[in-house]
Design a protein around this ligand. Sequence first.
Ligand code: IPM
Ligand code: MG
Length: 369
Amino acid sequence: MTPYKLLLLPGDGIGPEVMAEVAQIIGWVNDRGLASIETETDLVGGCAYDAHGEAISDLTMAKALQADAVMLGAVGGPKWDGVAYDQRPEAGLLRLRKDLQLFANLRPAICYPALADASSLKRDRVDGLDIMIVRELTGGVYFGEPKEITDLGHGQKRAVDTQVYETYEIERIAAVAFELARKRRNLVHSADKRNVMKTGVLWHEVVTRLHKERYADVTLQHILADNCAMQLMRQPKQFDVIVTDNLFGDMLSDEAAMATGSLGMLPSASLGAADATGRRRALYEPVHGSAPDIAGLGIANPIATIASFAMCLRYSFELGDTADRIEAAIASVLDQGYRTADIMQEGCQKLGTDAMGEAIVTALDRPAA
Ligand code: IPM
Ligand code: MG
């Protein structure tokens, strides 16, 4: 069996707690002989800043470039509020995305039936919800130059961020969305702000042309990003795949996540282009952040990170069956009434981070009912 090299970057806040549960699952996969996964653990974010004075070191970047995949917990927290902008914890994550060229961020928003009542929306709106948000991750206003604050004197300053997209960036992310839609319900919504932004005009033009040339079999709907935000609250089940830029994707994915009941449930995969052998660079992380308010209490929900590991098995290690099994184990513990604090409901049993991880490992060994 070829061993896979997986770099674990637990990061800050609840990151290390939830990543410890992934380590249990990796142990289970290795023990059952399903794969041979070799892990190495390193620093990113505030903890890396504390150790090396930068949010990710060149050495850690080199390891990330060599690994078959990277798993990240979370970065950031109030402790680093005063740190210089370029070295803030988030800079470590952004450098990973940029240097590994992970342009395609897949954020599934799935509502587990057992959690439909935990959503802020009514059960009938979210029961069975299954959306895939495809967010462009290496361009747009996150990385556009200039990005600066200039002192104008007289107590006035001027801040600029630059939203910029080129044709190839839009083409490659739209292609990912169309390919995914073909394996799902064959529907893509492309969200932009072409009514006010030039990047939106180009986005619309490129997606329309690509659709006509290569993906005419997929249903394409254009939607303004603000309307998309509204429709996600009104009737989320109308969506299958949503493709959008970096900033809109950041916001729409948080919104879609909340519709499912808890941000603590949602995984993500960030993928690069396939090389000649079909291999893609990849980073997997939960959508939630470092939750400093509950860090160290042992109550964080590890499900999003465990589900991110399942995505890693599916997209990086060709272990789709094992990924299915992990996702089924998550659904099964929820069906049995086990909950972490963030998704606690009346009549359910509240578990801490470790106990939830253990419950999932136990469910993995029980054949599906
Ligand atoms: C996310 C986060 C990041 C982002 C932050 C931590 C830089 O919100 O992954 O959605 O804005 O992309
Ligand atoms: Mg975000």
